[in-house]
Design a protein around this ligand. Sequence first.
Ligand SMILES: NC(=O)c1ccc[n+]([C@@H]2O[C@H](COP(=O)([O-])OP(=O)(O)OC[C@H]3O[C@@H](n4cnc5c(N)ncnc54)[C@H](O)[C@@H]3O)[C@@H](O)[C@H]2O)c1
Length: 385
Amino acid sequence: MAAANKEPIRLGMVGGGRDAFIGAVHRIAARLDGHYELLAGALSVDPEKAHASGLDLGLAPTRAYGSYLEMAKAEAARADGIEAVAIVTPNHMHYPPAKAFLEAGIHVICDKPLTSSLADAKKLAALVKKTGKLFVLTHNYTGYPMIRQAREMVRKGELGTLRVVQAEYPQDWLTEKIEASGQKQAAWRTDPKQTGAGGCIGDIGTHAWNLATFVSGLETESLCADLDSFVKGRQVDDNANVMLRFKGGAKGMIWSSQVAPGNENALKLRIYGTKGGLEWEQEHPNQLWFTPFGQTKRLITRGGAGSIDAAGRVTRVPPGHPEGYLEGFANIYTEAAAAIRAHRKKNGKTPKGVLFPTVTDGLDGMRFIDACVRSSKRNSAWIKP
Ligand SMILES: NC(=O)c1ccc[n+]([C@@H]2O[C@H](COP(=O)([O-])OP(=O)(O)OC[C@H]3O[C@@H](n4cnc5c(N)ncnc54)[C@H](O)[C@@H]3O)[C@@H](O)[C@H]2O)c1
């Protein structure tokens, strides 16, 4: 059915049922600006729970599916079937449903990291190209207005030639071996079969690296990584120190940790060039510090004096009213909506200026994780991602 362009985008979801974490965030993000309507789901690995979770959310009983394969087939066969699917399952379960829905002609919005292996990531990138469908990767921190502002300031040369990029993402929730007690989110994140070869580096290090490269525009030439599993018996890393050499000569460091007591989601980015620097913290996302060399430090606030169009176009409320994680996440959904609507037309193209992470960013992220694991295994040798 050719939908009129104002109609909400017909959305489905894989994962995100009862007891799941990020699925609910995706649903809020999809609803915030009214662009999507959730109509179908295969919301759990357990078919009964999947069906019950669908009914909780008000899905029609016939569209609260027991499996993603059943859902892809049935939705592709309906005239009013879903146009896009959000995949919010553990990492090893990104590639199989993404493949099923792309092959069924349905756009994919998927959480990070792209897959649990570099081999799957390459296959997925090739499939996206072949099908011509949209693939949106929810590296949600790229949706924050002050991050968009920082990126634009770097592009305009306000920092001069970049020299140093420091990004860190410390948390503390895996300081003890909570996976042994069956804590669901910890259990799959510390199982290499589900999370992939990288633990903390894949779960949050990849967010920090994605943010560093999104804002700086720099390409990683080589890296040297030191990954640790500090908690005894843990099968994947829970702390990672990574040094980066960028093309053009700038240097960088990424620190990600899930065993740093006192840290919640302390993602932080600092970038310095010949003319000045920028500093941003996820836990205070409406503020961006600009440090022009030799001058007073300036605090730029979202929507306040000094904030620019790049931030304004993804801002909803006036300065001083806090916007945060959910709004940043919603910005990715809203940018994606513009692209999905454009694709409703034959040969439709994503409008200029619309910005969201794609399968290419996901593949880059998987190359980064893979290189970190290889480097660390080789006694922190310098490696090309
Ligand atoms: N962008 C972010 O800020 C962010 C934050 C947290 C998690 N994530 C990512 O989101 C994904 C999910 O993480 P989470 O913490 O929500 O996990 P979770 O364990 O809370 O939820 C996973 C859900 O997937 C379901 N599932 C598993 N296999 C399935 C299958 N074959 N079919 C249907 N459903 C299936 C589970 O039943 C569960 O409902 C991960 O890839 C993670 O890296 C991203």
